[in-house]
Ligand binder design. Sequence first.
Ligand code: PAF
Length: 282
Amino acid sequence: MEILKNKKSLEDYVERQKEMGKRIGFAPTMGALHKGHLSLYEAARKENDLVVSSIFVNPTQFTNALDLEKYPRNIQKDIDFLQNSGWIDAVYIPEVADLYPEKTASKSYQFNGLEKEMEGAARPGHFDGVGTVVETLFRQVKPDNAYFGEKDFQQLAIIRNLAAQLKLPVKIHGVGIYREENGLAMSSRNERLSPAERAASKLIYETLQKANGWFRVVSIPEIKKRVSEIFSEEPVMILEYFKIADEETLKETDFFYKDRNYRAFIVVNVNDVRLIDNLHLD
Ligand code: PAF
């Protein structure tokens, strides 16, 4: 596995591979790698000649200084993890100046209103930060295919929109949520939960599954009421929001139409760890 520590070494690598006609699959990350990331690499391996990943904790997408400070970082552990996985050909670990040569600031984007819903409303500026770093990474890595987890379903929709509006020659793939044994969606932030909090967090997926069972049986306001009641009985788990939204527009809805697809989205805070999850409703 090649370790590319700056933009120049990445660009030389990419040029060599492109000259040989290799198709590059790319999965960007912020490190603290776990089995969920492996599922991205596995998908990339199937459809490309090479798999490239990146590790960069992107400051412009954090809207809370404490969250940025506490974000788990252990580069050597991540490199060992990638090496042992056997899925990866190269990892790009840029410095801030490789991605932000002038100023560590976001560009301003419009993603057809997708950026205003849910996480966009809860974390203003977050998707400008994601868009800025992903656009720059795409321009540097020049992947044919790029892979993102469905845990961040709104991010995935926004990255599809970004690639389409900028006409970037990359195909975006969503990869299903990888869950721990108790159903908790795998996330780098899970590292910050105590064993008891981790066990209690199974309530999130259990509740999403209940909501799926109630969908099209009772009204959406009634589902929301039941979900609030479940979390009000669990004092360590603070429900930040639960919404049912159209899968394409991401607009929250209180009614459903037969021919549209819907998804439940949830954010729960456990201590100061913000856990996010979602489930397609059928
Ligand atoms: O999902 C993530 O880990 C990040 O938002 C991403 C896409 C790597 C951009 O920093």
